[in-house]
Unconditional design. Structure first.
Length: 52
């Protein structure tokens, strides 16, 4: 199975924006780890915005 290039770019941009990590650091992550980080960051962002 291939993973859509647009989706990979979205994950990279999201993590780089929120965690201030470089491209090489993000690309060094396994796909599952990158997705896990993205999900955790999204949860934190959601909780922070709910607090207003």
């Amino acid at each position: 199975m291939t993973y859509a290039t647009d989706r990979i770019h979205e994950e990279i941009a999201y993590l780089a924006y929120h965690l201030h990590w470089g491209l090489d650091d993000i690309l060094d992550l396994e796909h599952a780890d990158r997705r896990r980080y993205q999900e955790h960051v999204a949860d934190l962002v959601t909780r922070a915005s709910a607090k207003g």
